[in-house]
Ligand binder design. Structure first.
Ligand code: FAD
Ligand code: SF4
Ligand code: SF4
Length: 498
């Protein structure tokens, strides 16, 4: 999804006196000579034994230096790369002018979770990939994500943390299924319109993948909790340990007065490869592994949650989930923590920064290789895996080159733990409880341009609609659905008043 660029609008907006003054103070030629800053990071060999955040944030001096690299372009193509259309030059120029809280306000116009997006957005294929430095100057894009994180963190630490303006309560009840980024966004947006919003969450904690998937060394829970608390202060109610479709059906909830729903139940069903030995003790899905560690204290002495933390651990896959799992295994004491991936590093879907961090943390990579069988001892405990080398053919439907098995290249690796991270599918509970709901062949829910499903009043967004996607795309869906739900509910009110 790409944002639209209204060139005329941005051209006029940048004519503001204060922006004109900044451009006069430093010419573009001088700005392009400023070296790109780098994030301050924890020492790799210290951090790979602890859960402390890897990226330590920018100093004010570094943030200002990077803000000066931004050319305040007439047609800021960076905006096109942001799925929610953040006004990037405007927030960066507020920062350059020293008004950091003003910069935060600009960010929040389109994005309710900038501290999270600044940390986890795949900027190198979104906003930063479209920056003029990359497109026209053969350079490195402005560090938009790092600046977004700096501004959002500053705002949290130094701002007044006031909650957004909220319309007079209208008493209309809306239900949200799931508390991941899509559900949190829709809840916050609808609260602003005055709705009585309740979020139902199947797990005992809130945040979806932001909490149970992405580890604390990338996204501290305190940041997610801060955002959730703001939404709570806006009047949104949260009910945990509540599985919609099991604990109660949509009909049950309708009888309690809910008039519309947003399904944001994510894609939490792990895929397996269906190869021999996948049922042995010691082979688990990344979803299970990360949830046990991140949400249930697995590996910590004060918790009873069992988790298999091996000495020789292989993670199968090359996405963000695989990188998070392998780096988590290393932190849990693995002597060898190895990525086995069927394509080359170039094709890995993980964020570039996560791959770089993993390499620095002494993660081993066995690329162009795929597992074909697992073996166990007489007690059924995994002790070996057989892999096969792969070549690369023509690009497939995903645009990446198709892996092709190389006959006779099989060999064995000693392992005591394998984590499978080869993709996820939508959790089927809701679809099963509503056979009339239209779904795709991948079991994702079909929606129209307003994010409404085939059932009037039932909206959906995020991974349950897209399959595994990204935080910012889930949030974008949440914003769009909030407008759709608002229009739907107002029509109902109008019909009842006639
Ligand atoms: P989710 O975040 O999955 O939340 C869905 C919630 O719904 C869950 O809490 C679930 O318990 C709840 N739920 C499910 N069924 C029900 C039900 N029937 N009743 C009540 N509640 C229910 N994206 C990025 O942009 N950058 C990254 O770096 C990144 N890293 C990732 C790392 C990992 C390990 C994983 C798994 C994903 C990562 N992603 C990343 C993808 C991103 O997290 C997801 O695209 C995003 O969280 C989807 O948001 P969502 O709100 O649709 O669903
Ligand atoms: Fe870039 Fe993500 Fe921020 Fe958009 S939300 S500007 S894509 S970091
Ligand atoms: Fe700044 Fe790059 Fe956007 Fe131009 S394209 S406004 S330089 S961030």
């Amino acid at each position: 999804m790409e944002s639209e660029l209204n060139e005329e609008y941005y051209k006029n907006e940048r004519k503001a006196d204060w922006r004109d003054k900044l451009r006069k103070e430093m010419k573009s030629k001088d700005r392009t000579n400023i070296p790109k800053i780098h994030m301050i990071e924890e020492d790799p060999l210290v951090r790979n034994k602890s859960n402390i955040e890897v990226n330590k944030g920018l100093t004010l001096a570094l943030a200002l230096q990077e803000s000066r690299r931004c050319l305040d372009c007439v047609a800021p193509t960076c905006i096109v790369g942001c799925p929610v259309g953040t006004n990037i030059p405007k927030f960066i120029k507020y920062l350059e002018a020293g008004d950091i809280l003003g910069a935060a306000k600009v960010l929040k116009e389109n994005n309710s979770l900038p501290a999270i997006c600044g940390r986890v957005c795949p900027q190198e294929i979104q906003c930063e990939a479209q920056c003029v430095y990359v497109k026209k100057l053969s350079g490195e894009g402005a560090a938009i994500g790092h600046l977004e994180r700096f501004v959002a963190d500053y705002d949290r630490e130094h701002g007044d943390n006031s909650i957004p303006a909220i319309a007079e309560p209208n008493g209309i009840k809306i239900g949200v299924v799931g508390s991941g980024p899509a559900g949190l966004t829709v809840a916050g947006e609808l609260a602003k319109f005055g709705y009585d919003v309740t979020v139902f969450e199947a797990l005992h904690d809130l945040g979806g993948v932001l909490k149970y998937g992405i580890p604390e060394f990338r996204l501290p829970n305190s940041i997610v909790d801060f955002e959730i608390n703001t939404i709570k202060q806006m009047g949104v109610k949260f009910v945990t340990n509540f599985i919609v479709g099991k604990t109660a059906t949509f009909d049950d909830l309708k009888s309690e007065g809910f008039v519309a729903f947003f399904i944001a139940s994510g894609a939490g069903l792990p895929n397996f490869m269906n190869i021999p030995g996948e049922n042995f003790n010691g082979v688990v899905s990344a979803n299970e592994f990360l949830t046990r560690v991140n949400l249930m204290g697995g590996g910590k002495t004060q918790f009873d949650t069992p988790v298999h933390a091996g000495k020789n651990v292989v993670i199968v896959g090359g996405g963000n989930t695989a990188m998070d799992s392998v780096r988590t295994a290393k932190r849990m004491g693995a002597e060898r923590a190895i990525i086995v991936y069927r394509r080359s590093q170039e094709e890995m879907p993980a964020r570039a920064e996560e791959i770089k961090h993993a390499i620095e943390e002494e993660i081993e990579f066995i690329n162009l290789t795929t597992p074909i069988e697992y073996f166990a001892d007489e007690n059924g405990n995994l002790n070996k895996m057989r892999v096969q080398k792969m070549g690369l053919g023509e690009p497939d439907a995903s645009g990446r080159r198709r892996p092709i098995p190389i006959e006779g290249s099989e060999y064995d690796i000693d392992v005591d733990s394998v984590v499978i991270a080869v993709g996820v599918s939508p959790n089927p509970i809701i679809q099963q409880s509503m056979p009339e709901l239209e779904v795709t062949k991948w079991n994702t829910i079909k929606v129209d341009e307003n994010m409404m499903t085939s059932i009037p009043g039932l909206f959906a967004g995020g991974d349950i609609v897209r399959g595994g996607a990204t935080v910012i795309l889930a949030m974008g869906d949440g914003r769009k659905a909030a407008s759709g739900i608002h229009a739907y509910a107002q029509k109902l009110v109008l019909a009842e008043s006639v």
